[in-house]
Design a protein around this ligand. Sequence first.
Ligand code: AMP
Length: 403
Amino acid sequence: MKILVINAGSSSLKYQLIDMEDESIHAIGLCERIGIDGHIKHKPLVNGKPVFEADLSMPTHAEAIEAVLDKLVSPEYGVVSSMSEISAVGHRVLHGGIEFAKSVFIDKACMDAIERCIPLGPLHNPANIMGIEACRKVMGDKVPMVAVFDTAFHMTMPAKACTYAIPYEYTEKDNLRRYGFHGTSHRFVSENARRMLGKLDDPNSKIIVCHLGNGSSLSAVKGGKCVDTSMGLSPLVGLPMGTRCGDIDPTVLQFIMNKYSMTMDEVMTMMNKKSGVLGVSGVSSDFRDLGKAAEEGNERAQLALDMFHYWVAKVVGSYAAAMNGVDGIAFTGGIGENGCDSRAAICEYLGYLGVKIDEEANKNRGKEMFISTEDSKVKVMVIPTNEELVIARDTQAIVNAMK
Ligand code: AMP
């Protein structure tokens, strides 16, 4: 079974075609500047065919999907002989609200529910809906589609972890609560961590996943179920991130808005796009640039790195408390998989838990492996995430169950 995985943003659309026979990626690509002008980069991975890259008119997501399918079946750049070889489509959807605790087949009721979640994910859900509708328009009704939600894995959080301490009617009436994101990644990585520890079916296993990338979040996973996570109603909170501010006292917003006559929208843009390690350092949101600048003596770059590492360690400590212990800590995401210096700096704080890092092993990048010593009380792992594979696996399982 070949499955097309789609991740639609407001002006972009990422895709992978995955053969579930051996879970290999047959093609990968990206459409950008949808609604502006349009650009596609399509990369076949199995048959030595060349990369296709060009400007193409994409007034809507439908033209982008058309371009993707056209390239997937093209004799020159394609990886399938006809569209009928694509058995199903899996869509990443950002916000499932309280409606979705797992992946679902997309039907009218599902689309209505995703629409109802728009107030909770105003930047992403409309784009996800456009991606789904565009696929439906171009591929027709016969190809089954599945929605996989970033929030779903975290729906097992107990009320004490996900309730905001505001008047309770907002929780009840408006579903304002902590949801958490990167759920497919936290699910994939925590499952692999349990497998690596020989605790796949242990109801008492305690894993902390550190998904550290441009956006960063941690989760506490007990017996395979998420019991806490650092993001909230939106992906803005928790750790300081590439450009997002993370946890902040709302009074700071009031101060800035009053003093600089800024609107709420302007402050939200500042907190989403100009803050985090970029805002503190004034250098970059990329940890490679920060590392280099800090080495050259840039104190603000060093401060941004120090803050990030401190925050990760602080949240790890709180999750060890929440679970009354921890068996394994797993690093993933661009920084978690590749940032050896960041992993070392974070683990420096964790000696009290019995964490001991193997310095040689920690030099590896992007490989699934243990980076703690044999006698480390808590095992530390690097586990490259694969959100597209989770989406493809869920899509296959749901489509197969319907047969
Ligand atoms: P992601 O959002 O998971 O794709 O992660 C992207 C981020 O990973 C980049 O912005 C970098 O900050 C970080 N990153 C990628 N490669 C490295 C590396 N070799 N060392 C440190 N950080 C890295």
